[in-house]
Design a protein around this ligand. Structure first.
Ligand code: FAD
Ligand code: 2HG
Ligand code: ZN
Length: 461
């Protein structure tokens, strides 16, 4: 049976498109963190939408499950085929074509396998901005970013991936192609079905192409780092900056002294950007009109005078700007190097952020001695990555820490995942955080689109 399926798949994608050798496929079977590993019959790498459609149809007639995979940078184990005896991993990595860029219409049409950084670059070369941005942008693909409704550091101004998608092309679980590759900003013709696939984490179909929105490229970008005593000060500074800079404010990213100290421990040659503070806020604004830098400096001067910020620096060059961003963007990598952690991708109401972080930190550190909280994230969106390095003596498991932290999240009526998704990592916790009627709706959607349950089984629901 397996040999027959593999022969059918090889006939569609050729030798270059079918990997079965265990050494070749190992990297596709383990997640970015190295925390989860699965098994698969093969990794299939189609090079066109037509090939994807034929692969999916062949799998449908053979009853083979499919785990879609983009850049494999996901943090919820959604692309890792865990506990699936005879599934294939369908990788989009050979579909990397920029199909069309319309600079005057502010749109770009791409294959789903395009790497996010390549799309940013193509937009830049055309004098435009594709604003989705996060530390894994050099590997994450557009299809993966759509399938997870990725967020990142510019959501404050530009929204998450859902707001950036104008049109989608999807291969359905029976192999038919749903072609919604339209570049329309307004379209009320029936159900907006593409929204179902955005954030579906590969459980409804394979995204093969997308039309995305582009934006004017700000001519001036001003970046600063502020040192703060408390999280209440972080919220006060955020409010002050919004008042002073309005819609030009594009990033307001928080990190703690512990996340900074961890990076210094791993890279002692780096120079501390500011004297020690409990918290840091990385701020960025962009505009095509003059005067932005002065406005940011005035706002920070005001914050210093009022005692909201303890210290602040404004980047003088793009090299300094990049250096400031590195303190924020390399936290995840430092955390991975430090050892196993329990990750929490929490959203709470903005004004609840200080109380939530205080309460959850106290609870974790008193209940699990030796555990270390690494709190950072997109504070302007109320989204905190409340990650916990597990005690070195392994006296606490990730599941125990998750239960404690997510219990507190529930009391704040927050979300257990603001941007990374449920995948397999959080699947068993979802029922406690969604009502029976909400879960019934999710099951109804899944059954309607994928009645045989062959699309990424074991992920999400
Ligand atoms: P994968 O990891 O390959 O897959 C993710 C999910 O999407 C899986 O369920 C998979 O089955 C599904 N999928 C992938 N491609 C397709 C497709 N073509 N069709 C259907 N389903 C598909 N995420 C954020 O939101 N914000 C951040 O700030 C952020 N920062 C990160 C920083 C680091 C250092 C790392 C390692 C990750 C970060 N992430 C962040 C998580 C991750 O990068 C994003 O979720 C990204 O969108 C995943 O893209 P990918 O191509 O790697 O998808
Ligand atoms: C970020 O904001 C990413 O840097 C990764 O979403 C968060 O490491 C994490 O948990
Ligand atoms: Zn994030």
């Amino acid at each position: 049976m397996n040999a027959k399926v593999l022969a059918a798949l090889r006939a569609i994608v050729g030798d270059a498109g079918l990997l079965i050798d265990s050494e070749r496929i190992a990297a596709y079977l383990t997640d970015w963190r190295g925390a989860f590993t699965g098994t698969a019959l093969a990794v299939v790498r189609p090079s066109s939408t037509d090939e994807v459609a034929r692969v999916v149809a062949a799998c449908a007639s053979a009853g083979v499950a499919i785990v879609p995979q983009g850049g494999n940078t996901g943090l919820a184990a959604g692309a890792t085929p865990i506990g699936l005896a005879d599934a294939i991993v369908l990788s989009l990595e050979r579909m990397r074509r920029i199909r069309a860029l319309d600079a005057a219409g502010f749109t770009i049409a791409v294959d789903a396998g395009c790497v996010l950084a390549e799309v940013q670059r193509a937009a830049e070369e055309a004098g435009r901005l594709f604003p989705l941005s996060f530390a894994a942008e050099g590997s994450a693909q557009i299809g993966g970013a759509i399938a997870t409704n990725a967020g990142g550091t510019a959501v404050l101004r530009y929204g998450s991936m859902r707001t950036l998608v104008l049109g989608l092309e999807v291969v359905l679980p029976d192999g038919r192609v749903a072609d919604g590759l339209r570049a329309l900003r307004k379209d009320n013709a029936g159900y907006d079905w593409k929204q179902l696939f955005i954030g579906s984490e590969g459980t409804l179909g394979i995204i093969t192409g997308a039309v995305l929105r582009l934006f004017p490229r700000p001519r001036t970008v001003a970046t600063a780092l502020a040192g703060l005593r408390t999280l209440d000060d972080a919220l006060a500074l955020f409010a002050l900056l919004q008042d002073a800079l309005g819609e030009t404010l594009s990033a307001c990213e928080l990190f703690s002294e512990r996340t900074l100290a961890l990076q210094l421990a791993h890279r002692p040659e780096r120079e501390r950007p500011l004297p020690e503070h409990a918290w840091y806020l990385l701020i960025e604004a962009g505009s095509s009109l003059p005067g932005l830098r002065d406005a940011l400096e005035r706002a920070l001067g005001d914050a210093l005078e009022r005692g909201i910020a303890g210290d602040a620096i404004v980047a003088e060059s793009s090299t300094q700007r990049d250096a400031l961003w590195t303190w924020r963007e390399s936290i995840t990598e430092s955390e991975r190097r430090e050892g196993p952690s329990a990750k929490h991708d929490v959203a709470v109401a903005l004004s609840d952020v200080p109380a939530f972080v205080r309460e959850a930190s106290d609870a974790v550190e008193s209940r699990f001695p030796g555990a270390r909280v690494l709190a950072f994230g997109h504070v302007g969106d109320g989204n905190i990555h409340f990650n916990v390095l597990l005690p070195p003596d392994r006296s606490a498991t990730s599941a125990q820490v998750n239960e404690l932290v997510h219990g507190i999240v529930a009391r704040y009526r927050g979300s257990i995942t603001a941007e990374h998704g449920i995948g397999r990592y959080r699947r068993d916790e979802l029922p406690a955080h969604r009502s029976e009627s909400e879960r019934a709706l999710m099951r109804a959607i899944k059954t309607a689109v994928d009645p045989d349950g062959r699309m990424n089984p074991g992920a999400v629901i």
